[in-house]
Design a protein around this ligand. Structure first.
Ligand code: SF4
Length: 134
């Protein structure tokens, strides 16, 4: 089956989930999944056509909230997202590339979920795998 475009999953989360991901600014490091207390009951990694930060559209693996009914609305995933791609559906991203810039700078100052955390081995491995870099 052919992979769908990221907009399909974006629109679906916007309608059905408490959170939405602007996929072109999601790096695919799975930081959100690592902190989610209900990870396996909420998220699925799915193949979709998407760029990486605006470059080279191809099929990449990205998180999709397949079971929003199991989300505890703790928003830990949003806190852990290094790029600002993950937002509440009630307040979806308006300037995603500006969010990406601001969130990248913020990583230098964050005590929790800063650069050191983002650069952990497991996140780098997921980033490579989900972006076809392995
Ligand atoms: S809000 Fe909490 S429970 Fe829901 S997906 Fe994010 S981390 Fe998981």
């Amino acid at each position: 089956m052919e992979a769908k475009h990221w907009r399909y999953y974006y629109e679906k989360m916007l309608k059905e989930a408490p959170l939405v991901i602007y996929y072109p600014t999601c790096g695919g490091g799975e930081e959100c999944l690592y902190v989610c207390p209900n990870k396996d009951r909420v998220w699925e990694m799915v193949p979709m056509k998407v760029t990486l930060f605006g470059f080279k559209e191809e099929v990449r693996m990205r998180p999709f909230m397949a079971h929003p009914e199991n989300c505890a609305r703790c928003f830990l995933c949003m806190e852990a997202c290094p790029t600002g791609a993950l937002k509440p559906s009630s307040d979806p991203p308006k300037h995603p590339y500006l969010d990406l810039f601001v969130n990248t700078i913020k990583l230098f100052f964050k005590k929790r979920y800063g650069w050191r955390w983002v650069l952990r081995k497991e996140h780098i491995e997921k980033f490579k795998k989900n972006n076809n870099l392995t």
